[in-house]
Design a protein around this ligand. Structure first.
Ligand SMILES: [Zn+2]
Length: 352
């Protein structure tokens, strides 16, 4: 374990792992929980990735890129379990689990690249994209860790609902272990799909086509409903400008401009130095507060330096964008939903 200034991450090995975590981040419960997820993640990799691994990664070639569409299962499914394992181990309670799930869903549903890049492509292009991010990445990419975890959640719920919790994604992992992990022979994308289908007892062509090889929106509510849960969306309290700004060496720099958002439609660009809104200086920290003075549909003047050239753009503000999502219980619950929830997470739903 490397206790560092501010680094975060881990790396799995076959008989060990390295963990990198900020040394002063153990006092708050939230950060301690995050650390336990990191431990769970790397520990889970002893099975998933170090032994259960795609055929394409069976013989590592350090000299060249190794292509596979299955990293969503290697990293995404591991990420789903890193949220679940501390709950099962009694490290945190079910509220913490559901809050963590809400945070992941928020990150996913506020990343516009989910509508552009399919999950299997995100995995395939890991070599040129995920680890080589630029100002436009959030517009055209989605992390296979993040969406892989979301898809794993849906698959777990699908299997559990169909079999009244008699089977789950755990059985997929066990089968993958028996068939491919123990003998260390590697699996193909087709074999992975077959194992999931066999456990689920249904054909998943449509599921894979839409959510793994396609960019259809993930139907969270449809899958959460049998477990007595739904997504609750909250929006920002200011109209949307469609860009993020950071303070960098005393300058206010536009860090991200959302594709087809108000700022981009008006011609603003990532890297521009933000100077003023309607003639008054504005900072990154005060931007959202200033926007509260306006309504969606209002036109504002945004002044920037674009490559040292002073420009003023007319931007039409849009309706507020979602700020976060929470996973909450439905208002009225059936006996079946209560049973499903308890079968999935091990505690009664009415206890939260
Ligand atoms: Zn990992």
């Amino acid at each position: 374990m490397h206790l560092s200034g501010q680094g975060f991450g881990g790396l799995e090995h076959k008989f060990s792992c390295t963990l990198n975590y900020p040394r002063f981040s153990f006092r708050s419960k939230e950060k301690r929980d995050r650390f336990m997820q990191l431990v769970a993640h790397e520990f889970f990799h002893l099975w998933n990735v170090k032994r259960i691994r795609p055929q394409a990664l069976e013989v590592f070639n350090y000299e060249q890129e190794n292509y596979t569409p299955s990293l969503w299962f290697c990293e995404g499914t591991t990420s789903y379990y890193d949220l679940l394992i501390p709950l099962r181990a009694g490290v945190y309670d079910v509220q913490t689990f559901l809050q963590g799930l809400g945070k992941e869903i928020t990150l996913f549903l506020t990343t516009i690249g989910r509508k552009v890049q399919p999950l299997s492509e995100s995995s395939w292009d890991a070599w040129i994209k995920l680890y080589r991010r630029d100002a436009n990445s959030n517009n055209c990419q989605i992390s296979y860790y993040l969406k892989g975890a979301m898809v794993s959640l849906l698959l777990d719920l699908l299997i559990r609902e169909k079999h009244q919790n008699q089977y789950s994604l755990d059985d997929v992992m066990r089968r993958m272990w028996e068939e491919f992990g123990k003998p260390e022979i590697g699996f193909t994308p087709q074999q992975l799909k077959s194992v999931i289908e066999e456990v689920a007892g249904v054909n998943l062509d449509d599921f894979f086509e839409r959510y793994i090889d396609g960019v259809d929106e993930l139907p969270f509510d449809e899958y959460l409903k049998p477990f007595g849960l739904r997504l609750k969306r909250e929006d920002n309290k200011w109209p949307d400008l469609g860009m993020n700004v950071v303070t960098n060496n005393g300058k206010e720099i536009i860090k991200f401009v959302e594709a087809q958002g108000p700022a981009q439609l008006a011609g603003l660009d990532a890297g521009d130095e933000l100077l003023a809104i309607d003639g008054f200086r504005v900072s990154a920290g005060k931007l959202s507060d200033r926007l509260k003075d306006y309504q969606p549909g209002d036109s504002i003047e945004v002044t920037v330096f674009h490559h040292d050239r002073l420009l003023t753009h007319q931007v039409t503000l849009a309706t507020p964008s979602p700020s976060h999502y929470q996973v909450v219980p439905l208002s009225s619950l059936t006996l079946k939903q209560l049973e499903n929830f308890a079968g999935w997470l091990g505690v009664p739903l009415d206890s939260i």
